[in-house]
Each structure stands twice: as C-alpha cells, then as structure tokens.
Ligand binder design. Structure first.
Ligand SMILES: *[C@@H]1O[C@H](CO)[C@@H](O)[C@H](O)[C@H]1NC(C)=O
Ligand SMILES: *[C@@H]1O[C@H](CO)[C@@H](O)[C@H](O)[C@H]1NC(C)=O
Ligand SMILES: *[C@@H]1O[C@H](CO)[C@@H](O)[C@H](O)[C@H]1NC(C)=O
Ligand SMILES: *[C@@H]1O[C@H](CO)[C@@H](O)[C@H](O)[C@H]1NC(C)=O
Ligand SMILES: *[C@@H]1O[C@H](CO)[C@@H](O)[C@H](O)[C@H]1NC(C)=O
Ligand SMILES: *[C@@H]1O[C@H](CO)[C@@H](O)[C@H](O)[C@H]1NC(C)=O
Ligand SMILES: *[C@@H]1O[C@H](CO)[C@@H](O)[C@H](O)[C@H]1NC(C)=O
Ligand SMILES: *[C@@H]1O[C@H](CO)[C@@H](O)[C@H](O)[C@H]1NC(C)=O
Ligand SMILES: *[C@@H]1O[C@H](CO)[C@@H](O)[C@H](O)[C@H]1NC(C)=O
Ligand SMILES: *[C@@H]1O[C@H](CO)[C@@H](O)[C@H](O)[C@H]1NC(C)=O
Ligand SMILES: *[C@@H]1O[C@H](CO)[C@@H](O)[C@H](O)[C@H]1NC(C)=O
Length: 484
C-alpha cells in the first residue's frame, strides 16, 4: 500500500501537467432586474436566466467531473454544502440571484442520485427531480446586526459615516459641477421620455444613474410603442446616458486621494483574503466562497486594485450577472496526503462583464503588476494595503462611534460613548464649507423629516415616496454607496 502510494506520488508531477485549482472566491452581481425607480425591485426572468447560466458556466469550469479547471476535492454532482460558503445581503434581488446561480452550479441530480433509502427499506425521492437545497447565508445590515464583522462590506458601506461624507464631496467637486453644467442640455433633450418619472429638476447629471437605470430597464422590458418619444432614444443617446452614469458612479465609489470612499471595496478585499486564507489553512475543506453584491463594490474594488490602469473599462458600471473570480492555483502535487505549501500557491484574478456563459472570463493583472498570476504572499501583501476586515478598524476609519461601533469604541478607548450631537466624527479632510453644507442638510432634515435626510445627506438623488416607505436598504437603496 505504502509503496503504491509512493509510486503514485512520484508519477504525479509528470501526470499533472496542468495546474490544480485549490479553491475560488467569486463575487457576483445580480441578473437583470426591474428599475430602481419603482419599488419593489425584483429579479426578472431574464435575470434569472443570466445568473443560472453563469452558475452552469462555473459548473463546467470548476465542478463537474469533466470540468476544465476542476477544483480539488470538490463534490461533482451531489452538493456537499459544507464545501460552499455562499452569502448575499438581505435583499430579494441578490438573494434570488444567488439561488438561481446555485441551481446552475449544482443542478437537480435526477431520481437515481436524488433518492435516499430509509431504515424500513422504503425509498424517498427528492421533489423536483433531485433539486438540491443549498443555503444562502444572509449578510444583515451593519446597523441592525450586533456582530457585523463580516457584514460591513456591503450594507455597512452605506452606514460608514466618512465614506458617505466622502461620496457626497463629489457633488461639490469641480469635475462634477462642470459635468452638471455641460450635460444640462442633453438631459433636457430626453425629458419627454422620462417625464412621468423625473421632473426637469431631477432629470440631470445629479441623478445620472437613476435616469440611466430607468431608461435602460425600459429599453429592455417596454415595447418601444409604449415609451413616449422613444425616437429620441438613439444608440448614441443611450450610450451617452450610460457613460454619464459610469462617471457618476465611479466617482461615488472611488477616489484616489480619498480611500475611505471605496469602503465597499476595502471590506470586500478583507472578505476575499479571509475566505481564501481559510481555504488554504483548511487544506481545501471549504474550497468555494461565493458572494453576491452591488456594482458599487466592483467599482470600489477595481479602483483600489488599480485595474483602471489596465483598462479604462474598469471605470464603467459592470453589466448584470458580472462576476470576478479569485482562483487559488498551484503547480505542486496535491493529494490527500500532500497539500502544497503556501509558497507554492498563487492567485489568479479573472473577470467576466455580464454572465460568464456569454462573456469570456478573462484574467487581468491586479495592483499595477504585469503578471495575472501572483504568489499568495504578494497577493495578500497588496490586498492588506487597503483591506478593512475588523469591526474596530471599520469603526475608526468610518469615524463611527455609535450603534454597532459603540462597543468597538468602548473597547479601544475604555470610555463610554454618548450619542450626543457633539460626538459626531471629525472626519479628516472634509472642508469646513462642505461640512457646513452637510450640517445644513442635517438641520433641514430635522425640519422635513427622514425623507429629506435620505435624499439630501445620503443620496442627493431622486427617491420616490413609494420606495422610501418600502424601507429597502440594499437593492432599492438611495444611498450612493449601497447600490447594486
Ligand atoms: C417507512 O417509513 C416512512 C417514514 O417513517 C413511512 O412514511 C413509510 O410508510 C414506511 N414504509 C413502510 C413500508 O412501512
Ligand atoms: C455611522 O455614522 C453615520 C453618520 O453619523 C450614520 O449615518 C450611520 O448610520 C452610522 N453607521 C452605523 C453602522 O452606525
Ligand atoms: C455653465 O457654464 C457656462 C460657461 O462656462 C455659464 O455661462 C453658464 O451660466 C453655466 N450654466 C449653469 C446652469 O451654471
Ligand atoms: C412633462 O409633464 C408635464 C405635466 O405632466 C407637462 O406640463 C410638461 O409639458 C411635460 N414636459 C415634457 C418635456 O414633455
Ligand atoms: C416602461 O413601463 C413601465 C411600466 O409600464 C412604466 O412605468 C415606465 O414609465 C415605462 N418607461 C418609459 C420610458 O416609458
Ligand atoms: C477626488 O476627490 C477630490 C475631492 O472630492 C476631487 O477634487 C478630485 O477631483 C477627485 N479626483 C478624481 C480623480 O476624480
Ligand atoms: C491566515 O490568516 C492568519 C491570521 O491572520 C495568519 O496567521 C495565517 O498566516 C494566514 N495563512 C495564510 C496561508 O496566509
Ligand atoms: C474594453 O472594452 C472594449 C469594448 O467592449 C473591448 O473591445 C476591449 O477589449 C476592452 N479592453 C479590455 C482590456 O478588456
Ligand atoms: C462592462 O461593460 C460595460 C458596457 O456594458 C462597460 O461600460 C464597462 O466598462 C465594462 N467593464 C469592463 C471591466 O469591461
Ligand atoms: C504552472 O505552470 C505553467 C507552465 O509552466 C505556468 O504557465 C503557470 O503559470 C504555473 N502556475 C502556477 C500557479 O505557478
Ligand atoms: C484519499 O482520497 C481518496 C479519494 O479522494 C480516498 O479514497 C482515500 O481514502 C483518501 N486517503 C486518505 C489517506 O485519506
């Protein structure tokens, strides 16, 4: 037995011409959905198809017995739920996208595999032709969860005081004001199309994403005869709407001189490293981690990882069902008696713009480096430069000291925190003028109530009354940092 093992081991390097994938982390956007202008936002059938096909694509790449890059030790047909860590925020569009994706990753197994024998000899077949149940763990919002160490990455981003202030600073910047001015005529020209939803006051660059989203969804789902003045929506106009939304969103998600704005990317980076680290330390016991999240997280991460240096494409909002994938790979021998050492493990970053079934999953170099495959040590060193993984760090970077941060603050300073207005963060780098304007907003908000607060402080964007009353946090959010 021992000699056969030794013989096999000595042959393996020769047999194993190809590298082994030890595990992956996939960050995925939801599929096609209804517009954010009218709550509740839901995943459409088209979106369901997109995420399902993406799941099938990843099955063909990583899971099935003849997969092109089979993940080491991963169950092929019948899912072992202990091998997967799937997470999505409390949000129907993202949760359902995760479920749809998993149906493609581990499809129904049919009657033969989907049948169990009971003690008394009778057999039970699972419903729906061997449909497999795979849990999607919820990421509660930072403000509603006491243990939000691994939740801040998406929801927490909207609750990060300094990030909200930073994003809002964009609305006072020279580039923004210039764009607002130079595009006024353009938005006015499409007013007839959006008139029922946006007024001439809200149909501006200030709401570039909302306007684009409304038109984009309408173009996909409405018959052109039902869109007023649809002849105005030429390819060029649609492209203009999209690129203006890109500029707007990228600037809210990332700013080179103000890293806290990219809090969504920082917390995501910590999640990526944490999950891949667990895969390595557990010898691939949990080789697959999948998170569903917002395009803002993609953009923040792209900025932090210096992907815009590779291509300006990385400053554009990613398409529905896009995914970015971090593969743990090795050329060393892998068996259940020999797991590669950390020095032999590398990370490959890949991205697919839209469902990976239709848009090639392509490797890109991170951090301004030239190689698309980086040694694990280099990868973690670079990620750690901007990753924010602990609640204490999150609270201090965000300048938050109340709510979930009250205890975090107490443990570091040893003093109880008060919720009085004077304890508000003295956010670094905010100009007095801007702080003053925000102060004024808060005062107004007290007068006009919550709606005004959300519109002015968090979003500066059009928010329909309907959506506010729905109280949505993630997918239907009005905050610039929480959009999906
Ligand atoms: C075997 O057990 C199951 C579950 O308790 C029961 O539903 C079934 O009727 C039993 N079959 C026989 C043949 O007793
Ligand atoms: C952090 O502070 C901001 C601004 O004070 C506040 O809006 C947000 O709700 C706080 N976040 C949490 C998680 O407490
Ligand atoms: C836009 O800028 C031009 C010149 O740069 C100026 O004349 C005009 O008043 C500005 N328009 C608005 C709406 O600010
Ligand atoms: C928009 O609608 C309002 C009232 O519903 C109407 O008065 C106005 O003329 C419309 N504007 C355009 C550009 O269609
Ligand atoms: C598309 O259809 C929806 C639902 O019927 C409607 O609310 C929306 O205004 C339409 N979009 C446009 C641009 O007309
Ligand atoms: C970064 O933000 C500052 C202040 O908000 C702004 O002046 C600057 O233009 C921004 N940089 C870029 C590249 O947009
Ligand atoms: C995983 O993380 C722990 C704690 O930060 C660290 O001690 C360990 O070296 C990491 N393992 C790898 C393989 O990077
Ligand atoms: C950027 O996008 C364009 C148009 O979709 C594409 O032709 C080009 O290959 C992309 N560049 C990179 C580096 O992905
Ligand atoms: C993804 O596609 C959109 C167009 O649909 C484009 O604006 C964006 O730049 C692309 N992103 C990347 C990274 O290729
Ligand atoms: C494995 O070897 C191949 C061929 O030499 C090389 O292209 C690839 O980058 C290597 N992979 C790793 C993870 O070192
Ligand atoms: C190694 O894995 C194979 C199948 O994956 C299994 O049959 C075998 O028992 C394992 N050996 C040890 C020593 O765990």
């Amino acid at each position: 037995m021992l000699t056969t093992n030794l013989l096999l081991a000595s042959l393996l390097p020769l047999i194993q011409a190809e590298e082994t994938v030890l595990g992956v982390f996939i960050f995925h956007r939801h599929g096609d959905r209804t517009t954010k202008s009218y709550a509740p936002t839901t995943l459409t059938d088209l979106g369901y198809v997109q995420v399902h096909e993406s799941g099938s694509f990843y099955r063909d790449r990583y899971v099935s017995s003849d997969a092109s890059s089979k993940i080491y030790g991963l169950s092929t047909d019948v899912v072992k739920t202990s091998q997967l860590n799937v997470e999505a925020p409390v949000d129907t569009v993202l949760q359902n996208s995760a479920s749809g994706f998993l149906q493609g990753l581990y499809p129904p197994v049919g009657a033969t595999l989907g049948t169990q024998k009971l003690g008394n000899g009778s057999e039970v077949e699972t419903p729906l032709g061997g449909y497999q149940l795979i849990p999607v763990n919820s990421l509660a919002s930072a403000s509603s969860s006491a243990n939000s160490e691994n939740t801040a990455w998406l929801q927490g981003s909207s609750g990060c005081g300094n990030a909200i202030v930073s994003s809002n600073n964009y609305f006072f910047s020279e580039p923004y004001l210039a764009k607002l001015n130079s595009t006024a005529d353009f938005y006015r020209s499409i007013q007839p199309v959006v008139n029922g939803t946006f007024t001439s006051a809200t149909n501006t660059f200030k709401n570039a994403y909302s306007v684009y989203d409304f038109v984009h969804v309408s173009v996909i789902h409405n018959q052109s005869s039902s869109i007023p003045s649809d002849d105005l929506l030429t390819q060029e106009t649609l492209f203009q709407l999209q690129t203006l939304a890109d500029v707007h969103e990228f600037n809210l998600a990332y700013n080179e001189s103000d890293s806290i704005r990219a809090i969504a990317g920082s917390t995501l980076a910590a999640q990526i490293v944490e999950n891949l680290n667990a895969t390595i330390t557990g010898n691939s016991k949990v080789p697959v981690a999948i998170q569903f999240g917002a395009y803002a997280s993609f953009l923040s991460f792209f900025g932090l990882a210096q992907l815009p240096k590779v291509s300006e494409n990385f400053t554009g909002v990613v398409d529905y069902a896009s995914s970015m994938t971090f593969e743990l790979v090795t050329n060393a021998t892998v068996s259940n008696t020999s797991y590669p050492s950390v020095d032999d493990i590398s990370v490959r970053f890949l991205f697919s713009n839209g469902s990976a079934s239709e848009n090639q999953l392509t490797a890109y170099p991170l951090f301004g480096q030239s190689e698309a495959v980086l040694p694990w040590k280099t990868f973690t060193e670079q990620m750690d430069k901007f990753a924010i993984g602990s609640q204490v760090t999150w609270c201090s970077k965000c300048g938050n000291s109340t709510g979930v941060c009250a205890s975090a603050d107490a443990t570091t300073s040893g003093s109880p925190t008060s919720a009085s207005p004077t304890s508000s963060p003295s956010g670094g780098g905010i100009s007095k003028a801007v702080a003053g304007v925000i102060g004024a907003f808060v005062t107004l908000a007290v007068i006009f109530g919550l709606e005004a607060l959300i519109m002015l402080v968090a979003g500066l964007r059009l928010v329909s009354k309907k959506r506010l009353s729905a109280g949505q946090v993630a997918e239907g959010a009005s905050s610039p940092m929480a959009k999906a």
